[in-house]
Ligand binder design. Structure first.
Ligand code: F0G
Length: 470
């Protein structure tokens, strides 16, 4: 296995460049605000980029979730919406797309990823059981904890080191996991919660070797292995690029192989699948599926729409097939990497290697004079917005929340500010602007003062917390 070094442009490598495999058919004007307007908007938003109005944002890198541009085929699919309460034709199209592309037997639509996280947590966790996972995701962990589960991080140590160049920083440390199993007893493990391209670690992939080893371990101890497939297509790209024996396999084949080693998956289709809303839960076990199918009517809607309109399911079915096309995924990761290369070349501290969906600025090294309790990553997102109108998101101490038992802040090793790149939305010129904006605030880093939290909501505080300048 080798860690690749990405190409910024073909010309620099002495070969021809590639470009996005699409052209733009419809445009949405952007608004550039003045520094005074931004200062006012940010103060009104309590220095939390989630509380800004999108009208006040120039380039929006808050998230890659639900922010994709749909294709003309997906838009056409919306007109084929069969808005029947039960048995919509679009549900069967979605079911077929998930079965074909991901390979699971039973499929339930849900309104978005956390709808599926809720269902799987309620049916597969008994109070007090452990849920080992390759790092955490905010909503995933919260649903597991609300179901009485005890989250345990079993990711490899390299994942917590932003400078480690390990090619698969999303991998599980099998010996950490096995020692938890032998200590707690297999019966006390609800399931292994495995996420592709680990969001909070910087969009870092999991290797096929890792999921294979997990399968063996799970078979040995009779534990279930469930996958957060939200960005698994991006994960498949990294396997193709970095793992021995996969260079000549298609993205679709790699994805199917990976999923075939797991017992089921939940999905936020707002990412890989190129839609603005939607998700699913898929399980191979018929009895467990039966429980999920019964519970979905309580929280989402009937099992053939799960909180979605027929047209949304059609757009999702089409998006799934587009998402595994090689030229699409190469351009998607290529654009993220292009921005990563610009920032790396300017010596801005970013999480390495650059991951699949976003650039993560390392706020600890960006602002070494701030303590973690002064919210360096939140500060960085605020400064970036003030400078340029570019919207980013905190992924550090605020996102990590508090320990449910002690009530203390979690203090994650990673204190990051995420620049998430929506799919098929911005051009290379926008990436140049973003890089220049980050470089500008990096040049003024010594004057950054940090923030104080003035309001803290109970759940997922990063969404709605408010801050002020000291
Ligand atoms: N799993 C992962 C890895 C995610 O990144 C997300 C959402 C979810 C589950 C939940 O899905 O939003 O459809 O309910 N991540 C978004 C983000 C919010 O910005 O990273 P959802």
């Amino acid at each position: 296995m080798t860690t690749h070094l990405p190409a910024t442009t073909g010309r620099q490598l002495g070969r021809r460049s590639w470009a996005e495999p699409w052209k733009i058919k419809m445009v949405e004007p952007l608004r550039v605000t003045t520094p005074a307007e931004r200062a006012h908007a940010l103060a009104e938003a309590g220095y939390n980029t989630f509380l800004l109005r999108s009208e006040d944002v120039y380039i929006d890198l808050l998230t890659d979730s639900g922010t994709s541009a749909m294709s003309d085929r997906q838009w056409a699919g919306l007109l084929l919406g069969d808005e029947a309460y039960a048995g919509s034709r679009n549900f069967y199209a979605l079911e077929e797309a998930v079965r074909d592309t991901y390979g699971y037997r039973h499929v339930l639509p849900v309104h978005q990823g956390r709808g599926a996280e809720h269902l799987i947590s309620q049916i597969a966790i008994r109070s007090g059981q452990f849920v080992p996972s390759n790092m955490y995701f905010t909503t995933t962990r919260l649903h597991q904890e609300r179901a009485g589960g005890v989250f345990v991080d079993v990711i490899i140590d390299e994942a917590h080191d932003p400078q480690s160049e390990h090619p698969f920083k999303g991998d599980v440390d099998i010996s950490k996991l096995e020692s938890l199993i032998t200590r707690a007893g297999a019966d006390q493990i609800a399931y292994i919660s495995l996420a592709g391209t680990v969001n909070m670690a910087g969009g870092q992939p999991v290797s096929m070797a890792c999921v294979r080893a997990l399968r063996e371990l799970c078979d040995q101890y009779r534990i279930r292995l469930f996958l957060d497939a939200t960005r698994m297509v991006e994960n498949a790209f990294f396997i193709q690029e970095r793992e021995e024996g996969y260079a000549d396999k298609t993205i679709a084949a790699i994805l199917r192989e990976f999923c075939s080693l797991t017992d089921g998956a939940w999905m936020s289709a707002k990412k890989d699948s190129l839609v603005n809303i939607g998700g699913w839960l898929a399980l191979n076990d018929a009895d467990l599926f039966e429980e999920a199918r019964n519970l979905v009517v309580v929280f989402e809607g009937l099992h053939t729409y799960g909180g979605l309109a027929g047209r949304d399911m059609e757009a999702m079915a089409i998006g799934i097939t587009e998402s595994v096309q090689q030229d699409h995924i190469r351009a998607r990761i290529g654009q993220v990497r292009y921005l990563g290369d610009l920032l790396t070349a300017a010596d801005v501290p970013v999480v390495r290697p650059v991951g699949g969906h976003a650039i993560f600025l390392d706020a600890r090294r960006f602002y070494p004079h701030l303590t973690q309790d002064e919210f360096p990553a939140q500060t960085l997102a605020a400064e970036l917005y003030l400078d340029s109108g570019v919207r980013a998101m905190e992924r550090g101490i605020v996102s990590a929340g508090r320990d449910p038992k002690t009530g203390d802040h979690h203090h994650p090793k990673l204190e990051l500010t995420r620049l998430a790149i929506p799919r098929r939305v911005y051009t290379q010129a926008h990436m140049d602007i973003v890089a220049e904006a980050v470089e500008a605030i990096y040049a003024q880093r010594d004057s950054a003062k940090g923030l104080i939290m003035t309001y803290e909501p109970r759940y997922l505080r990063f969404f709605q917390a408010r801050f002020d300048r000291p």
